[in-house]
Ligand binder design. Structure first.
Ligand SMILES: Cc1ncc(COP(=O)(O)O)c(C=O)c1O
Length: 437
């Protein structure tokens, strides 16, 4: 299958690899560009034909600590001389323990026990199974749009694009409530209180349908794949209150928004809300597959054999995770994300004012969405325009990703400098200007 956006002709070496790829790799992957990776450093990546890009995708929000971080590389190399894997579900080792001891120092105090895995979907599966085990209840509520992963449990919670779910049912018992989208609120008012109340009442109706059999509500504190949508503060607080009212656990999916991307270590901290179970992955391993599901010890009360895996607690992953967390704290990447995010939002609001096709600009820290529309008045989705902007930007050396229907996703590595942030904004505005003409 061809990449979705062939922006500029790929170089000779890229073409050859893409041809080989099409023969042996599953066609189910969503390739956005004909970009073929060669190497990376900090906020830059190079393709096999030597083209350099400023990376505003962080390899899908993974490379928060920067590409090929030397501190992480050193930790992996050191551990590789001692052993890669210890069979942590059958034996003991210090490194996974050290990783979790360190991880919990980044989290609210009540989150003190972790199950380790290798990916976001596994971190969600563990949260889902744990919620069902602990409550011994059947139903879960998630949102539309939501993306929680693609294995059968997490896919049951996911509800962002039809292609993810078509032909894969039947699913687990999950109901979906609408996610607050103030820019397109059915009330017609882009007012946070009105929007929040409207969506909370929809959510409560759905929670009530689960009778006394609701185990958990799964929430992305910022909808990621669904379009980088930031809910109103009152909504997230209201979800917590409804969970308490209906005796359900609040499961917080921090796979994309977590690890300082929004300024705070957990995105949900921006809303002053305490979750019961947290799922982390992506940036936490510094680029090595690592997932963690964290809860209070009283909630994580499942018994031996109820849940385990082969690779959770993998030594190379834990060494990378420890180094990544230490680096993030030492370099104050949360503060940098907040600072760079502010700078970029200011510039993006100016860009929005200047261009009719920029409908909405939203985000927290370095998790920013720019929604492209046909025109500000109609707010009709500018899907083609968004895709063209992504192409033009990549031709100019800036790598971005789409999210939602017509949104540009901006999620650079958190080590981003002011110069890089402004350079990226200049390229993006040039691309928007060219597409507007
Ligand atoms: C919020 C969220 N949850 C879960 C996942 C699934 O993670 P993975 O692709 O590592 O399975 C993703 C992936 O994009 C995500 O963004």
């Amino acid at each position: 299958m061809k990449p979705k956006f062939i922006c500029r002709s790929p170089g000779k070496k890229s073409v050859k690899i893409i041809q080989r790829d099409s023969k042996v790799i599953s066609p189910s992957l969503t390739r956005e560009y004909s970009f073929v990776f060669k190497r990376s450093k900090g906020c830059y990546i190079w393709d096999v034909d030597g083209r350099k890009y400023l990376d505003f995708s962080a390899s899908v929000a993974v490379m928060g600590a920067g590409h090929t971080n030397p501190v992480v590389s050193k930790a992996i190399a050191a551990q590789s001389r001692l052993g890669y894997h210890c069979g942590f579900s059958d034996f003991y080792a210090e490194l996974p323990v050290q990783f979790v001891e360190q991880l919990v120092t980044f989290l609210p105090k009540h989150l003190n026990t972790a199950f380790l895995s290798n990916s976001g979907t596994e971190a969600i599966e563990a949260a889902y199974k744990l919620a069902r085990w602990h409550t011994n209840k059947k139903w879960a509520v998630a949102f539309k749009p939501a993306f929680h992963g693609r294995t059968m449990g997490s896919l049951s919670l996911t509800n962002s694009k039809a292609v993810h779910k078509n032909r894969f049912g039947p699913f687990m018992p999950v109901k979906h409530a609408p996610y607050p989208y103030c820019y397109r609120c059915p009330s017609g008012k882009d007012k946070h209180n009105t929007c929040s109340n409207l969506y909370l009442s929809e959510l409560e109706k759905i929670m009530r349908q689960c009778k006394d059999n609701l185990a958990a509500v799964f929430l992305e504190p910022i909808a990621g794949e669904g379009g980088y949508i930031v809910p109103p503060k009152g909504f997230v607080k209201g979800v917590r209150e409804l969970c308490d009212k209906y005796d359900a656990l609040l499961c917080d999916d921090e796979v994309q928004a977590g690890c300082y991307r929004t300024g705070k270590f957990l995105a949900i901290e921006n809303f002053g809300v305490k979750p019961d179970i947290v799922s982390l992955s992506k940036a936490i391993g510094g680029g090595i597959p690592l997932g963690a599901t964290v809860a209070n010890k009283k909630i994580m009360d499942w018994v031996p054999g109820t849940h385990a895996n082969t690779f959770g607690g993998n030594l190379l992953a834990c060494a990378a995770g420890i180094a990544t967390l230490k680096y993030m704290r030492r370099k104050r990447l949360g503060e940098n994300a907040a600072r760079m995010g502010k700078l970029m939002m200011k510039r993006l609001h100016e860009i929005k004012e200047a261009h009719e096709i920029v409908g909405d600009v939203r985000g927290l820290g370095l998790m920013i969405g720019v929604e492209i529309v046909k025109d500000k008045e109609s707010k009709r989705y500018g899907i083609g325009e968004r895709n063209q902007i992504l192409c033009k930007a990549s031709e100019k050396g800036l790598l971005l990703l789409p999210a939602g229907t017509s949104t540009i996703r901006i999620c650079p590595p958190l080590v981003l400098t002011k110069t890089q942030a402004l350079q990226g904004m200049d390229i993006l505005e040039d691309a928007i200007r060219e597409v507007s003409q």
